[in-house]
Every structure is written in C-alpha cells, then in structure tokens.
Design a protein around this ligand. Structure first.
Ligand code: GLC
Length: 468
C-alpha cells in the first residue's frame, strides 16, 4: 500500500538533526524535523532519526552498542537506539561532552556553550560513521550541526542538506579541516572552518525551507556571506516550504485548548479568546487581540512590534507576546508591557499550552520578522482561524497573501518592510478588516481550509530522495 503511494520508492533515510519536537525543542527546527519525519513514516518511508544524546531524552527499550570505525580524533561513541512515546523510534549518539542541559546555550548564563563546535562536529563525524554501517540510501542533514557529516560519507550514500536558517553557520577554528578528510577544505570559508558552508558545497542537494528564502539566499543581501556558494549549486539548490504538524495544530482536536472548534463554527474560538484575555489580565475587551509567538532573537523583530505599543489604544487593539530567549529583548518587552498595561501583555517564559492559547485565542497573529526562512506560526495561526499579519520576507511571503491587494484570495496582511511604520500600517489595515465581520469570516475560512500539512512538502522530499 505504502509502496503504491510512493510509486515504488523505498529509499531508506538517516535523518540527522539537533532538535526533534516535542523532546528537544528550541525553535522551528524541532517542529520541522518531527513534522516531516512523522509524515514520511506515515507514507511508508523508512526513516531513522539520529540526534546527539544530550541526556534530555528517556529512551524506552534502549539498545546500546559502541560505534566502531570512528575517525582517529573522535572520542568513543555509544549508539543508543530506542523509542519514546512522543517521538517514535530514535537513535541517540552518546559521547563524552554530549550531555548538556540545553542543546546550544548554558541556561545559567544565556550564552552559547563554548564547546558547541566540538560537540556538533564530533556528532557529525559519528553520523557519517553510522551511515557507513547502516548504508541508508540518503543521509538527510539539517543545519550546521550536522552539515560536516557530508564530508565523511561513503560515496554511495547520497546527501541532502536542509537549511532552516543561514544565520547560524557554526564558524570555528580552521584546524578542524584536517579532521574531515579529503573534503575538509571545502569547509574553509574566510579563514574559518564553517560547517554550513562546506555542507552547502558538498551535499548532493541543498533545500531551503521555502522558495522565497531560496531566492533570497542566492543574493548578497540574504545569503549571510554564503550566496556565492549557493549560486554555484545551480539546480541542486531548491526551496521546499515546510508544513505544520496537523496532528498538533488542529483546533477541532487540540487537547491544549479550553474548547475545540472548527471552520463551520467558530464559537469555541471566542471562548479561547476570552480565556486568553483573562489569562493576560486585561480588564477591558476593545478591538482585536494581536498575538506574537516567537523566540526572542533579533531575527524575529519583537522590538519592531513593541514600537507600535503607543498606538494600540487608539486603533484599538491589544498585543500579547509569548516566547523566550535573549534577556535584553525580554526586558524591553516587559518594560513596554509595564508602560502600556491595558494594551500589552508579555508572558514571562514559553510554555506549550499558553502558546496554543495565544495562537488560537488571538484574532490576529503578528509575525514581524526581519527575515524568515519559513516560519511556522503563521500557518498554525491560519489553521486556527487567526489572521496573520506578517512582513514580506522568506516563507512568510510564500504563505500569506495580502487581502487588501487580493480581496478574493487574501489570507492575511503583509507589511511591505520589516519596519515599525510598515508594521503599523499592516496592523491598522488588519484592525479595520477585523471590524468588518463578513470580510473577517471569509479571510478566516480561506486560511482554515487551506492545506498546511506536511503531505505535499514530504512528497517533494521523497522525490528528492530518489533523484538527488
Ligand atoms: C528556523 C527558521 C524558521 C523555520 C524553522 C523550520 O527556526 O528561523 O523560519 O520555519 O527553522 O524550518
């Protein structure tokens, strides 16, 4: 049955990633990994997931074996294969230094771990060694954390590198090049060892997580210093837009919401909205609620959203923000909430249940990103009947159509640039649009009935697995 569905394609895939939701979740990489893998498995593709053993996942029925044949410089690695209730089958690679409380940053200082390079480069070399033993048809790498594996793969194993964010490249000491064999030099970029750069040059195929991001990436302004390498890949570089995990994001069966609803009856959404207003501590209900769900990093433009706070009361609209990350951005958000307590609320920290309430209970979801490879929250919002207000960048451009420019097909509001003025203009238009019940309902319906699932993107990956 699954073979029929795949047209006879039975490629086996070793999927290497640093994050996998819900077990290890920092950002969108986790949800993109688990969403894609879940969909591929449901299609019958044989996918093994391999991650570093941070010591954060309890495996059920774990089988442990030493990994043989590692490069001379690697510490001993133990392969721990088992499964978890929420992630399914998973393989963890454990070695001295792999254990840490967070994949990237020391939670007590908020700074990146000083040995992230050693950890992820060891992991990458171990992934290549594992591939030598398992002989999958394809190794599917994700971001810089796994991109150095490509240097050491056997010739008959194909490689795909998906780039979720060009801003993170893993720069480190050029001396690492000599540890990655004959292809090690491909990783040298501006006198540093740059795992992402090498992976971009060596992978059989490079995937950017949306078509617009693929177009931005080959330009000097969007390539984060790597555009020339990307241009050189020609047709081996494509964009495949992410999907969302509709098992997790479906208002008709979301156990995290106070009540469920669907596109035929939005009464439940109104209850979620009231619950959100109550949780945020707002006393008055005037105008639409604008939600923001994001990591607190410069990319996400939280500071741009905060600039519109003084105008919210006059629109009228309210702003509710949830996320975690850079302490200085969090302070800035909390100061703004303190200055405008009737218009702005910031949840101090991220939790899944509140994030679902913000996405489903808000009227509008603001995504003020300076750049956005794909973005997932705008799709989650549309599924929940929450109208997205986004900047015109990357995957946001590919998923949201401005309703003032396309009255019959629009799904949200697009700010022409990531600036406070443009955002204010889009939020103003969205507020007026929201007040028009008929217009609002048709935008909501279009967003809720569109297919944001992984089905189509996963099929595009299956095609690549067989042709790359
Ligand atoms: C990164 C990107 C985001 C993308 C996600 C999953 O977090 O910043 O745009 O949606 O990866 O690919």
């Amino acid at each position: 049955m699954s073979d029929l569905f795949l047209g006879g394609n039975t490629n086996s895939v070793l999927f290497a990633t640093a994050e996998f939701a819900p077990a290890i979740k920092v950002g969108g990489l986790s949800e993109a990994s688990s969403g894609l893998v879940g969909c591929l498995r449901s299609m019958g593709v044989d996918v093994d997931v391999v991650m570093p053993d941070f010591g954060l996942i309890e495996l059920i029925d774990a089988i442990e074996t030493p990994l043989r044949g590692l490069p001379w410089w690697c510490p001993p690695v133990t392969v721990r294969s088992g499964w978890t209730d929420t992630c399914g089958p998973i393989t963890l690679l454990a070695f001295e230094g792999s254990t840490r409380r967070h994949p990237y940053v020391d939670p007590s200082t908020g700074h990146g771990w000083p040995d992230s390079d050693v950890m992820f480069l060891t992991f990458s070399a171990a992934v290549a060694t594992l591939a030598e033993q398992l002989r999958p048809d394809v190794v599917h790498c994700n971001d810089w954390h796994t991109a150095a594996a490509i240097a050491l793969l056997p010739d008959d194993v194909r490689s795909i590198l998906t780039v979720h964010n060009l801003a993170y490249q893993g720069w480190t000491d050029p001396a690492w090049a000599s540890r990655f064999g004959e292809h090690g030099d491909a990783y040298l970029h501006h006198d540093a060892f740059n795992p992402l750069a090498g992976g971009l040059s060596l992978a059989d195929h490079v995937v950017m997580v949306s078509e617009s991001y693929a177009n931005e990436a080959v330009q000097e302004t969007g390539g984060f210093g790597l555009h020339e390498r990307l241009v050189a890949r020609g047709s081996a570089l494509t964009g495949i837009r992410n999907g969302i995990d509709i098992g997790l994001w479906s208002p008709s069966e979301d156990p995290m919401l106070p009540v469920t609803y669907d596109h035929d009856d939005l009464a439940g959404k109104e209850i979620c909205r009231k619950e959100l207003l109550r949780t945020a501590g707002f006393e008055h209900d005037r105008g639409p609620v604008l939600g923001v769900v994001a990591r607190f990093v410069h990319q996400k433009g939280i500071d741009l959203a905060l600039e519109i706070a003084p105008f919210l009361d006059a629109l009228p609209a309210k702003l509710v923000i949830i996320g975690s990350g850079a302490p200085e951005l969090m302070r800035q958000a909390q100061d703004t909430a303190a200055a405008f307590p009737e218009s702005v609320h910031v949840f101090g920290g991220y939790d899944e249940k509140t994030a679902h309430l913000v996405v489903a209970g808000s009227d509008l979801l603001l995504v003020p990103s300076r750049f956005e490879p794909c973005g997932l929250t705008q799709m989650q919002a549309m599924t929940c009947g929450t109208i997205p207000v986004v900047t015109d960048v990357g995957g946001l451009r590919d998923t949201v159509k401005d309703t003032d420019r396309h009255p019959r097909t629009g799904t949200g509001y697009v700010a022409s640039a990531p600036t406070p003025m443009s955002l204010l203009d889009a939020v103003h238009r969205a507020t007026r649009g929201w007040q028009n019940a008929r217009k609002r309902a048709s935008i909501q319906r279009r967003g809720m009935t569109a297919d944001w699932s992984w089905a189509a993107p996963a099929r595009a990956y299956v095609d690549l697995y067989s042709t790359s």
